[in-house]
Design a protein. Structure first.
Length: 125
């Protein structure tokens, strides 16, 4: 008499579900490798000691949600830059106008806030 092709017993639905669930849980438990995920707090900018207004201003600037930004017909509209008066005060323009990089806001947030205060751009942030 010939032996059947599949000598191992077939798995039930519950066993297959359990095996798949364990594999998924193992992959989901590996934390993502985003730079913001490794920070000590969700906002990232809130990790330094200063007053709440400064923390809010820095978080708004880093995220690009500036106070002075408005919308017209579905497009972002920025006011004119208070420092140079030549262009719209978007996040990118403020960085170039102050000659700062985005890394400055992450590595030395207090210096970046001082630049915003001195240049008169703190009200728009």
């Amino acid at each position: 008499m010939a032996e059947p092709l599949c000598s191992t017993p077939s798995l039930t639905f519950d066993e297959i579900y359990s095996i798949r669930k364990n594999k998924d849980l193992k992959t989901w438990r590996i934390p993502p490798s985003h730079d913001w995920y490794k920070r000590s707090s969700p906002g990232g900018s809130i990790g330094f000691a200063c007053d709440r207004a400064d923390q809010t201003a820095l978080s708004r600037f880093v995220s690009g949600h500036l106070r002075s930004c408005s919308f017209s017909h579905g497009n972002k509209v920025f006011p004119v830059c208070a420092k140079c008066g030549a262009a719209c005060a978007s996040k990118e323009h403020i960085l170039s106008c102050l000659r700062l990089s985005r890394e400055t806001f992450e590595t030395d947030p207090l210096l970046a806030l001082d630049f915003l205060r001195v240049s008169g751009l703190m009200d728009g942030v």
